[in-house]
Write a protein that binds this ligand. Structure first.
Ligand code: SF4
Length: 345
């Protein structure tokens, strides 16, 4: 008879604990998991005192996206990114736009997907002319085993790797990934603990720690996204604190994407974010000293453009995810020669 673990991948980042429990330290929940149980993400299971990944052989999405969609605006601009996901998440965001795949394991105990190998993923990325592989749509941390195996192969083929993440990985996980991970967009969803606790069933502080750690201890290119929920995280005071944190701990060159909210999933009794709120956030970010502030989910000429932070020359003009023009030369502004921060600009 085949054992339950027969076709599963043993997990990374766990250790044995008392009573045959396993302690997972892939993300900051640091779940202590009893035999036969799964962690908070519902995709890592203790079987016979060992921890297994339940979603390694289950790729649930694979698409070719513009890198701007992640969003990453200072990372191989204008390139295509082979974008994949496996089901599960370590957050429970009530406004999740991908809840059908992020929450199925939690809500229905179901993990759908195809057994696509890392080699097949890399081959597909190369053949489709992508310059990177993006681990996205759900939280990549909770399919780290697949990311690592794919990411290392991708590097050998000259591809970059990017995460679109909630920033809840442990320092150990960041250290593990930093040799093959080139870029990351971290959702800094709010700057108050109550928001994270009530709407995401997580904590703010570990996300702040990850942002600071990546900025100070790795070469991973990082951009930040904040979805503005009306009345929840868009006050003047909170956004000022958030922007000040980014300038102080991640540096003024970290791009900040402020994004417009539209009702989703369980969070339906709200209006879309008013434009005044987005405009105010934009001004707050600039006033705090951030060099690159962008607006997402909303057509806005100014909010989609990259201008030199020194001389204000228009460098990259965008309409949505499309690049209209890009005059960056060897990573520098063509007018004042200032180096523009980013990855392979
Ligand atoms: S990855 Fe999953 S099992 Fe591991 S600590 Fe996070 S939520 Fe728990």
């Amino acid at each position: 008879m085949k054992s339950e673990s027969g076709n599963l991948k043993e997990a990374l980042f766990w250790k044995k604990a008392e009573d045959n429990k396993t302690q997972c330290y892939l993300c900051s929940h640091r779940c202590l998991i009893a035999e036969g149980k799964v962690g908070f993400c519902a995709v890592r299971k203790n079987i016979g005192g060992k921890l297994y990944s339940l979603n390694y052989y289950k790729v649930c999405s694979a698409n070719i996206d513009p890198i701007e969609k992640k969003p990453l605006y200072h990372f191989q601009p204008g390139s295509k990114s082979f974008s994949i996901a496996a089901e599960g998440c370590n957050f429970r965001c009530e406004f999740c736009q991908n809840w059908q795949i992020s929450q199925a394991a939690v809500n229905e105990g179901r993990i759908d997907g195809e057994p696509v190998t890392p080699q097949q993923l890399v081959d597909s990325a190369v053949h489709s002319g992508c310059k990177s592989i993006a681990y996205t749509y759900t939280e990549p941390t909770i399919f780290m085993e697949l990311c690592a195996d794919t990411g290392r192969l991708a590097k050998q083929k000259g591809l970059a790797n990017v995460f679109v993440s909630n920033g809840y990985q442990t320092e150990e996980a960041v250290d593990f990934a930093k040799d093959w991970l080139d870029g990351i967009n971290i959702d800094l969803k709010a700057f108050n603990e109550k928001y994270y606790h009530r709407l995401c069933k997580a904590k703010l502080q570990p996300v702040l720690d990850t942002i600071e750690y990546i900025a100070k201890h790795t070469n991973i290119w990082m951009e930040i996204t904040t979805l503005l929920l009306p009345g929840e995280n868009d006050s003047q005071d909170e956004l000022k604190k958030l922007a000040d944190f980014l300038v102080t701990k991640a540096g003024p060159d970290v791009p900040w994407h402020i994004s417009r909210f539209f009702p989703q999933y369980k969070y339906l009794d709200s209006e879309p974010t008013p434009m005044e709120s987005l405009n105010r956030a934009y001004e707050i970010g600039k006033a705090a000293g951030l060099h690159y502030v962008y607006m997402g989910n909303v057509p806005s000429a100014e909010g989609e453009r990259t201008c030199c932070h020194k001389c204000n020359r228009l460098l990259i003009d965008r309409v949505g995810y499309r690049i209209v023009s890009n005059v960056i030369k060897n990573g520098c502004c063509p007018d004042c020669s200032e180096k523009i921060p980013g990855f392979q600009l």
